[in-house]
Design a protein. Sequence first.
Lengths: 857, 381
Amino acid sequence: MTLTPQRSAGGRPGQSGAPAESGSFLAPGSPGRQQPRTKAGAQPWLMAVSVAAAVAGAALGLNGVLRGWAWYSPVLSTVLTVAFTMAGLRALRWRSVFVTAGALAAMVLILTFTFFRPHSILGFIPSGQTLPQVGRYLRRASETVLAESAPVAPNAGIVLVVCAVLGLLVILIDALAYPLALPATSGLGILAILVVPAMIKPQSVGVLGFAGATAGFLMILAVSHWFAPDPRTGADTARNPGQFRRGAMTGALALTVTLLLQLVIPGFDQGTFPQGSRLNPFGTATGLNPMISLGNSLRSPSGEGRITYATNAPAAPYLRSVTVDNFNGETWAPDDRDSTRRLGTGRMETGLEPAAAEVRVVTAVDTGQFTSPYLPAPYAPEAVNGLTGRWSWDPATLSIKGVDTNSRNQQYVVLSASPQLTPDLLAQANGPVQGVPEQFTAIPDNVPDIVRTTAQTVTEGSTTAYARAMAIQRYLRSIEFTYSLQSPVQGGYDGNGLSVLADFLNQKSGYCIHFASAMAVMARLEGIPSRIAVGYAPGRSTGGTVSIGGQGALPEYEVDGRDAHAWPELYFQGLGWVPFEPTPSRGAVPSYAIEAQAPSGASTNENNDGLLPSISANPAPQPTVAPLPLPGAAAPADPAVRLLPVLYGAGAVLLLGLLLASPRLARTARRRRRLGADQGGAAAVLGWAELRDLAMDFGVPPRPSETPRHFSDRLRSSGALGDPDGADADSHRAVRSLTADFERRQYGPPPSGADHVPETAAPETAAAGTAGGGTEAGRRIAAVRGSLGAHARPLARFRAAWLPPSVMASWRAAVVAPFRAVRRAAQRAGRRAGRGLAGVWSSTRGAVRRERRSRGS
Amino acid sequence: MDYQRTSLDEALPEGQGLRDGSAASGRPGTPRQGQPPAAMDPEAFSSASRDILAAINTVIDGKADAAKLALTVLLAQGHLLLEDVPGVGKTLLAKTLARTIDCSVSRIQFTPDLLPSDVTGVSIYNQASRSFEFRPGAVFANIVIGDEINRASAKTQSALLECMEEHQVTVDGKSYKLDEPFMVVATQNPIEMEGTYPLPEAQRDRFMARISMGYPDKEAEMEMLETHQAASPLAKVTAVVTAAEVAAMIETVRQVYVSQSIKDYTVSLGRATRESGLLRLGASPRSMLQLLRAAKATAALDGRDFVLPDDVVSVAESVLAHRIILDRKAASTGETPQSVIRAILARIPVSPDMAGAGPASAGQGARGTAAAPAATLQNRR
């Protein structure tokens, strides 16, 4: 027997109210067991495509962190393999855990196939030989991360790591988007990829990476919305034009705020919309104050002021902006001899006849964002063409300076000539210096003693000027000196000026400024005219070529702030100004200044192991800057731009974000789990639990001693749900139906197998229990949630969203539980001990009394 | 001796003895004679119960709760104790309830000199047949109204006990079955009143529920003055259901489903009364059974075929308050049995997953329910 019929007629208003609507809503969604197979079958594949697109798209942004594009094909194959393996396993209806395990296995196989083919079974199954190879690759990767500055050469190690990380991210994003049903949160994984280029690359993420990541993310959202619509938004379907209007308005607002924000934030002027740029107060000061900003440029991790140039010189030349020659005073700065400057750079005749044969070099320079009054050019420029604006040049130093313009966005061709110098030639040029302005020879008034004594000691026994110069360079490049950007800062002698030199010679650690000025000052003490050139060390090949009229395609090089450099130029009679390279591990030592026997530093940027041959397709242009072995001790002392802290920072930011969002994630996941479609008969209980948690989140906590009906009445009369007759009638109905369903499920007779359930009621209960169960509860919960949110104060709403009391309470309980257990155990032990003590006490007392009594008697 | 048969008793159709109280009727759904009563279908049940309550409410103004509880007790096969000061309508409620049902009703006015045989009946020697023949007492009726039961001596009171508990009368070693349905509606004045023998705990325990009528509110009292002035409203009341229908309704109530968690809840309520530091005597296991039966009747009257915790809560005070005895200290601090029951209701977790924080499974929660009262009680001590 049952008394249900009158209930089933009016007791489910939520369902009976709008049967047509709920029916049409249920049709596309709820990938439950009742769904047609075709729909559920397409979802994993579309989701795989979306996730793969998002990850591969975001990985586009890594171009620039890794050099070139050769690394992209292994990345793409890994991402696609992992994504489609998961889709395939899902289509076979494997459980989530096995899907993840399968994806991991697939990743291992594809990585083995890509990287360890010779060391594996059948070319893709890892074997015993594979493991040492993995170790080798990982060591290579960690060396790269530790020692190199971006963009790094895509050697096999680093590409392996990138592929593995991206593969894992595919699994993570897929897990967030599909089984956990948190598609919006999967953006965190994509963000994790984008953070790396955003922090390392000078041009931030780049349009490609941004567009790829965005498109993939939107696809993920679209796929999850289509197949498992959020009940809240699902109720508001595309039939409702308000959705589009709201979407458009939100988009417009976001765009406006983004555009306004970058006007307000200082320094936000680099890179292009939409990815904007980083905050960097030094951003606009590139090259304005070369001596001061050089250290900052070197230390800057972003490497801005990127200049590209193509040249027909056999090796990438130094680019020289300006010289510093006045060594008096506290700080050294370029001496602007504006009076002697000549206008027009079309023909720069100094009138000096070179003694040696000259090599003429054509260099096409594109300064890009590099902003400086001085023009970077290879030494010694004879003509500069293609400049915009008015430029002047100084016959004494050949520095080129803008009159009413600067170097930003200049494209020009420099014709430069440099004498072919040899050690012999230099050794012969030992005559007394004539015709050199006094400012290049003047010995500063306040030269510290240590500089003098060092110069004397070092050059002792050297007869020619060249020998003395080489002695000084040898001394500075010796093992005693280390290159460090940090120790001058820590030691308090960062900067320029003579006082710094003494500290530098004591500490024997510094960077190019210190080495160059030490050599320059010591050279003057030894009678050699000297000056400091400030500019860029030879750059890296971009792999591209630039065509210049009459020269054909020339290899292109690039430099940025981190290549900023200073080096001394010494004057030799009859030969002119000759550059030297006293800074260890930076730049390239000119051929005439290389000591035959001594190993010297070289560019550290060549680390291609030949895995990806396309990178080294044109190794020809750089015979003279060929990679030389790094002195072992010097390697870790080069802290130029390290990937490691950036990676740690990105990880920390990601972790922090996850941590802050974790209550919300936990709450959302709990809700999804409860309202999932496969709950069947338990849907009523889970829906009820969700209702209780919701009420708790919005400040109507259920009491344990309360009956479900009482709680439901209290919730509805508390005002948190709003007006029961007006706009919120739906949610009131939903609460009533949730309560009724829960009561029937919790306290009612079991739906099947009970002989006293009459036939008339059986289909009714079965329908309520299974058919619409999961999504129906979801729809009701969504209605309740909407009403609760609409009637809560902003702060309460924020708390419900980000610090939901239901989650916090259960976490607190989990934290407190062990303490409570310990306390209870302690209490029990204490009670037992007390009882024992009391027993001992009473027996002792009894014994004493008996003793006393027996004595008394 | 001061008992009388009501006119209803005589109105029974011919051939229907006292022993056979169920009347044949043309209503649908009623059982045939001699068969065990079948359950009623829900519509008939709710319409019948509505009719009964409506009939009672025409007589007694503003006491819908008391009327419903009285009906609940009837359907739960319990006995009702109406306790209040004289003149608030205790007897009227009992009489009205009896009249709405087409069944035998007897009324016993208890006095100190009432004898047990007056209640149960007596064997008299029949000269003609030369044998003892049993003359049934007033208790042989479907509804027995015991007026001012606490005025009778303990001996007479306990004579009623057997009838109430066992639905049978034993005279001279012979047992006589009482008719079904059988319900004793006793009224009593508060024990402080003069000339009363307070009901012993054992006897109080046999009553399923105690209702305090309470004074009517102003409007109800005014209306009572208006309507009851001319004639007794009782006269207008006619029977709306037959005894057989009531039996079917009782069967319906018997079949109401009680889930495991409701049993858990009921048991933890009972244990809480026994473990309470405020009570000298807690609720008996029998009272737990009666509480559950009353809850089943409440559920059926609410149109449900399963018991909710709300049903238990709604009858708990009426069912339990008259059985428990306050500690002397608690009584002196102004606690009443009702307040203690209310406090316990406010403390005991209702349902397994109410005890757990989150989506706890039923098994975990059940343990929590049982453990919770003990923990709270320890805190109280």
